[in-house]
Design a protein around this ligand. Structure first.
Ligand code: ZN
Length: 348
C-alpha cells in the first residue's frame, strides 16, 4: 500500500482520546485518508493517487481499504472507530450520498459514493462537500478554533466555500449551500465567465485559473517589467511566478494579486451581511505565502481594506479575516470531525 506516512510524526495512540474517527478527502488528483482522535489530533495518515479514470468503484474500494488498513495498523476495532467521514467535490446529493457530476471526476456521474465506501470500510459514513469538510476542520482544530462560526474560502483551481455555524455545516436544501465561489460579484453584461457557465461569479475573478487568465490578458498590453520578461523568456505563467515577481517588486504582478484580493473583499462583504461569521479564513493553494510573506500580507490586507470600505464600521472592526491554518490536512480532519458531530448529534 503506497503513501503510508511515518507514524512517529503523529500522536501516539497511548496519548489519544477515544473514540476515534476516520476522515477521507477525495480530490480529482489525490485521495487522503487519516485517523484522528476525539480531539482532532492525527494518529495516522495515508495518501494515494485518485486514478479517476479507473472509475468510482475502484476508488471507493481503495478508500475503504485505506481506512481498514490504518485501523489494523493501530489495532483499532469497530467499536473504537464508529464512523467515517467522507468529503468529495460537488455537485452532489448529500442526503442520498451520491456524486452527481463532479467536473474533476469525469465519468463518475450519479455514483452512490457514500454507501460504496461504507460497504468497503465496514462502517457508517457521513458524507459532506469537500470545502465544507475543510471548513469544519478549521472550525474544530484549525484557524477558527474557539469560534462559533466561520466562512472558509479556498483559493485553488476554483474558489471553494465552506460555512460552519455553531457546529453545523451549511449544506443547504439542495446540497448547494456554501457555494461561495459562485456568488455573484459582477452583474454587468460583460462580466467574466465562470467555469460553471455563468458570468460574474467570484471564482471568475479570484481563483488561480482566473489570476492566470487576467495575467495573460495584462501581459499582452505590457512592454516591460520582470513578470513580462520572465514569461517572454519561457517561464510558465502560474500564481507562484506572479507571487515571486510581486515579491521582487514588479508592479503588474502585485496589481494582479491585489485585484484578486479586491474581488474577494467584495464577496466577503456579502457573506458577512448574510452569515455574520465570527471569522473569515482564506486558504487553499493560492495564498501567496500567507502571513509569513510580504505579498501574502499585502493580499489579505487588500481583502480587509475592501471589506472596511463596504460594510458597517462595527462589523469591519469585529470580524476577523485571516489565513487558514491546516493547509491540505483540513479536508480529512474536517470530514472526520463531521463524522464525530453526526455521532454526537445522534447520541444527544
Ligand atoms: Zn460560477
Amino acid at each position: 500500500m503506497s503513501g503510508i506516512q511515518d507514524r512517529s510524526q503523529w500522536l501516539p495512540i497511548s496519548a489519544a482520546e477515544r473514540p476515534f474517527y476516520a476522515g477521507v478527502d477525495l480530490g480529482g488528483t489525490n485521495i487522503k485518508a487519516g485517523l484522528v482522535d476525539n480531539r482532532g489530533r492525527t494518529l495516522a495518515f495515508h495518501t494515494e493517487p485518485t486514478h479517476a479514470a479507473r472509475g468510482p468503484e475502484d476508488a471507493a474500494a481503495r478508500m475503504g481499504r485505506a481506512v481498514k488498513t490504518l485501523c489494523e495498523q493501530l489495532g483499532i476495532g469497530t467499536d473504537d472507530l464508529p464512523r467515517v467521514g467522507l468529503g468529495t467535490p460537488g455537485p452532489q446529493d448529500l442526503r442520498t450520498g451520491v456524486i452527481i457530476k463532479a467536473g474533476n471526476l469525469p465519468g463518475w456521474d450519479r455514483f452512490p459514493i457514500r454507501d460504496r465506501v461504507a460497504f468497503h470500510c465496514g462502517r457508517k459514513v457521513t458524507y459532506s462537500n469537500d470545502a465544507n469538510a475543510a471548513a469544519y476542520g478549521e472550525y474544530w482544530v484549525g484557524g477558527a478554533q474557539n469560534c462559533q462560526s466561520l466562512v472558509l474560502l479556498t483559493l485553488g483551481t476554483g474558489v471553494g466555500g465552506g460555512i460552519i455555524v455553531e457546529d453545523l455545516s451549511i449544506d443547504g436544501a439542495h446540497s448547494h449551500g456554501s457555494e461561495c465561489g459562485h456568488m455573484l460579484v459582477d452583474p454587468t453584461e460583460n462580466a467574466r465567465l465562470c467555469p460553471c457557465g455563468q458570468r460574474g461569479h467570484l471564482e471568475a475573478y479570484a481563483s488561480a485559473t482566473s489570476l492566470k487568465a487576467l495575467a495573460r490578458e495584462a501581459l499582452t498590453r505590457a512592454t516591460a517589467g520582470s513578470l513580462f520578461q520572465a514569461v517572454a523568456a519561457g517561464e510558465e505563467l502560474t500564481p507562484i511566478l506572479i507571487s515571486r515577481e510581486a515579491a521582487a517588486g514588479d508592479p503588474l504582478a502585485m496589481d494582479l494579486i491585489l485585484e484578486a484580493g479586491r474581488w474577494l473583499g467584495i464577496g466577503v462583504v456579502s457573506l458577512m451581511h448574510t452569515i455574520d461569521p465570527e471569522i473569515v479564513l482564506i486558504g487553499g493553494a493560492m495564498t501567496f505565502g500567507g502571513e509569513q510573506a510580504a505579498v501574502g500580507r499585502a493580499f489579505i490586507e487588500r481583502i480587509r481594506g475592501e471589506v472596511r470600505s463596504r460594510t458597517f464600521p462595527l462589523l469591519a472592526e469585529k470580524t476577523q479575516i485571516r489565513f487558514a491554518s491546516l493547509g491540505g490536512d483540513a479536508g480529512y480532519i474536517g470530514a472526520a470531525g463531521l463524522a464525530r458531530a453526526a455521532e454526537r448529534h445522534r447520541a444527544s
